[in-house]
Design a protein around this ligand. Structure first.
Ligand SMILES: [Zn+2]
Ligand SMILES: [Zn+2]
Length: 231
């Protein structure tokens, strides 16, 4: 099935209130998810990861497996994150409907390459991230309609409503979780020696000439400073 040329079943009302969706190419098709239950094949093209229907979910939940790498590639490029996919990153998600929202339980597994925080060399990192999020349905949170309640503005919520049906922006949720799964300061090895601050040599490959003599380069300016003693 050639889903790439399927007509765009976008949701104009939803995209109007969320400008970022207008420019974002559709990240992935449901064709790249395996559906454990519920959705009939005829509905497949209606779904994409930015608009997962939440209305009428079975009470036991809906499980999805996301294998399409575009869900990571596109935001990695868009936000110029220094991270490459080394081995396919996959996500398993269980959508559990609640009275006033949806529990999203899932895990992200895969392997990425990041620059070492000290020496900038490629560093492999295994993603092993479990998450448990709750997205409230619009208008169901106490005080949601109260003026000044900033917790659940339409811009922040990943649940949108279109024609009385609720949709989850799963792509954005997965990207947030992917970002959380990345290490703050990846190291190629625990004792990485980093780069020489004066010549830039990777000190893991051996010492450079300048490191022994000059000491801390930030203090070098003081070394030749002459202090005039006042009479
Ligand atoms: Zn390093
Ligand atoms: Zn050096």
């Amino acid at each position: 099935m050639d889903v790439l040329h399927a007509p765009d079943h976008g949701h104009p009302a939803a995209t109007r209130s969320r400008p970022e969706i207008v420019n974002a190419r559709r990240m992935a098709r449901i064709d790249n998810c395996s559906r454990h239950e519920y959705y009939a094949p005829s509905q497949r093209l209606e779904m994409d990861l930015k608009h997962i229907p939440l209305t009428g979910l079975p009470s036991t939940g809906l499980g999805l497996e996301v294998a399409d790498q575009a869900v990571w590639y596109e935001p990695l490029q868009k936000y110029a994150v220094q991270c490459r996919i080394a081995e396919a990153v996959s996500a398993e998600v269980l959508l559990l409907p609640q009275e006033d929202g949806c529990l999203i339980r899932g895990k992200i597994r895969g392997r990425v390459v990041l620059p070492c925080n000290r020496c900038m060399e490629d560093t492999f990192y295994d993603l092993d991230h479990d998450f448990d999020e709750f997205e409230a349905f619009p208008g169901t949170s106490p005080g949601d309609d109260a003026p000044g309640s900033a917790d659940l503005s339409p811009e922040e919520s990943l649940v949108s409503m279109k024609d009385g049906l609720l949709f989850l922006d799963l792509a954005s949720l997965l990207w947030e979780e992917f970002s959380l799964a990345l290490p703050d300061k990846p190291l190629c090895k625990a004792d990485c020696k980093g780069l020489c601050p004066s010549c830039g040599r990777n000190l893991n490959l051996g010492a450079c000439g300048c490191s022994a003599e000059s000491g801390d380069e930030r203090l070098a300016v003081f070394r030749n400073m002459k202090v005039k003693r006042q009479a």
